[in-house]
Design a protein around this ligand. Structure first.
Ligand SMILES: [Zn+2]
Length: 138
């Protein structure tokens, strides 16, 4: 059985810095200079108050599972080899939330509120995908 390549995110002007950082094993969030709140899914404006040009800040990569689902049907040929897999919204300790896979644990063991830490799955030399694993993982 051949494994299809995993579809990779396509960086945009607003997300390029985020993806450049992932290739270095660094997770970035944006912090608004006006309301001081954070956001992930980078944008050229603050999703909370609309102020422009939020600044980049390094995340510690620690958070907890805000919500999740276990996929039993794959979104693409690559993920068909990964079934079942967990897609979660992770609440980072900095406040921002982002969607990512939970790996390194059986899907049935995942619970809302579980503490997780980021790890990076290299997709190319210029881009890695943030994923999260339970804090108790070796
Ligand atoms: Zn703001």
């Amino acid at each position: 059985m051949t494994t299809a390549p995993r579809p990779a995110p396509v960086p945009t002007e607003a997300t390029q810095a985020f993806w450049d950082a992932t290739a270095q094993g660094v997770l970035l969030v944006q912090r608004c200079s006006a309301c001081r709140r954070t956001q992930s899914i980078p944008r050229p404006f603050c999703r909370h108050c609309g102020a422009e040009s939020p600044s980049w800040e390094r995340s510690a990569g620690l958070g907890s599972i805000y919500t999740f689902t276990v996929n039993h049907r794959a979104a693409n040929a690559h993920m068909a080899d990964q079934l079942p897999y967990v897609v979660a919204v992770v609440q980072l300790d900095e406040g921002a939330r982002l969607m990512a896979n939970i790996v390194g644990t059986p899907p049935e063991a995942v619970r809302i509120g579980d503490r997780v830490r980021v790890r990076f799955l290299p997709l190319s030399e210029t881009l890695s995908l943030p994923q999260f694993e339970p804090m108790g993982s070796p």
